[in-house]
Write a protein that binds this ligand. Structure first.
Ligand code: 3PG
Ligand code: MG
Length: 396
């Protein structure tokens, strides 16, 4: 297998324009950053490049604005954060990426930074558009992808851009992610338990079906589990569900049987009347029409703890409930604490990933310890699956 072309530490980049693709996609509410992990992790490399007197053009997306300038998805709060954290001139660019932009960017001085507004405000980004990639590529001399969590996306600033710059590299954060995940995969010990939460089953279906072949247990939590309840004919009230998932779930069970993988779904839950309220524990057969499932219940927490205690490797992506409201964060916290305890005391190999999972864990007051905490969710799962990620393939 070809090796990824990593950024050489000693490369002279003075006066060079570097296009740096980062993942600054952090949770923001009312213009306030709720969890800064992803940005904080990017700072050391930015500072290093500034010190080396490079000129930085930083690109990131925020959310999924689908080519529209959705005001709530502006990178402005991130820009302010960077401005506070960096001792150099940093500019926020909100214009079009035309000749005028080229001209503006040419005035950038050594050690200065331009942050481009949410790149997904441009529809061409998600289309991996050649022309747009060319425009992006022409902004700099060197391209560095340090956004492992976006590398499963075939999008202009991750993929096609590399055709239009002289040199392309992967950055140090990306390297750390890939090295750590490789290490876990090489050393993983059975039984392996994979815990998957979050909401969208259709976007994770391929990952789930191929992970079934590689793991001994698959634990389904979060809104994802609601679809399994529907499949088993339980009423889920007003809970989030996805249409037409019965066929998918049938396939998952069939594959699990063939691969001797045990699937564990919740047997009780915590429901609420809305996202902001308090909750009640309920068995699955007692959910009322106006209730929403927002966390796993106490029996399920015990079941999952047992599974974790009897595992030697844990892979986890996606919270167990609506952790943004602390009335519904218990399931996620209990899973995090038991994984951490086993990692410390019984050298459990644990690898956790995803923006939401990271934010949830940061809300936990206890100090937690894991083998590797990945900033990536989807990319992390696809990498585990053994897939070639488009953003990595083009850097080989
Ligand atoms: C993430 O948060 O998972 C990454 O930033 C990628 O975002 P995406 O799933 O919207 O492509
Ligand atoms: Mg995501």
């Amino acid at each position: 297998m070809d090796k990824i072309n990593f950024f050489p530490e000693n490369l002279n980049v003075q006066n060079q324009k570097i296009i740096l693709r980062l993942d600054l996609n952090v949770p923001i509410k009312d213009k306030i950053i709720q969890d800064d992990t992803r940005i904080a992790l990017c700072l050391p490399f930015i500072k290093k490049l500034v010190k080396k007197k490079a000129k930085l053009i930083i690109i990131s997306h925020l959310g999924r604005p689908k080519g529209l300038k959705v005001p709530n998805l502006s990178l402005m709060p991130v820009y302010k954060y960077l401005k506070k954290s960096l001792e150099t001139n940093i500019y926020f660019f909100t214009g079009n990426l035309d000749e005028e932009a080229q001209d503006k960017f040419s005035h950038l001085k050594e050690g200065e930074i331009i942050l481009i507004e949410n790149i997904r405000y441009f529809k061409e980004e998600s289309d991996d558009d050649e022309n747009f990639s060319k425009k992006l590529g022409s902004l700099g001399d060197i391209y560095i992808n340090d956004a492992f969590s976006c590398s499963h996306r075939k999008q202009a600033s991750i993929h096609n851009i590399t055709k239009f710059v002289k040199k392309s590299f992967a950055g140090p954060l990306l390297k750390k992610e890939v090295d750590s995940i490789n290490l876990v995969v090489q050393n993983k010990k059975e039984p392996v338990t994979c815990i998957i939460g979050g909401s969208k089953i259709s976007t994770k279906i391929n990952v789930i079906t191929s992970l079934i072949e590689k793991v001994n247990n698959l634990v389904i939590v979060g809104a994802m589990a609601n679809n399994f309840f529907v499949y088993k004919n339980f009423k889920v009230g007003k809970s989030l569900i996805e249409e037409n998932t019965n066929e998918i779930i049938k396939k998952i069970y069939k594959k699990a049987q063939e691969s001797k993988c045990e699937i564990l779904i919740p047997e009780d839950c915590k429901v609420g009347l809305n996202f902001t309220g308090k909750g009640n524990n309920k068995d699955l057969n007692a959910i009322e029409n106006d209730e929403i499932i927002l966390d796993i219940g106490p029996k399920t927490i015990e079941n999952i703890k047992n599974k974790i205690n009897n595992s030697n490797t844990i892979l986890w992506n996606g919270p167990a409930g609506y952790f943004e409201n602390e009335n519904f964060m218990l399931g996620t916290m209990e899973i995090a604490k038991i994984i951490s305890k086993n990692t410390i005391e019984k050298s459990l190999i644990s690898i956790l990933g995803g923006g939401d999972t990271l934010s949830a864990i940061n809300k936990c007051k206890n100090e937690l310890s894991f083998t590797h905490l990945s900033t990536a969710g989807g990319a992390f799962l696809e990498y585990l699956e053994g897939k070639d990620l488009p953003g990595l393939s083009i850097l080989k």
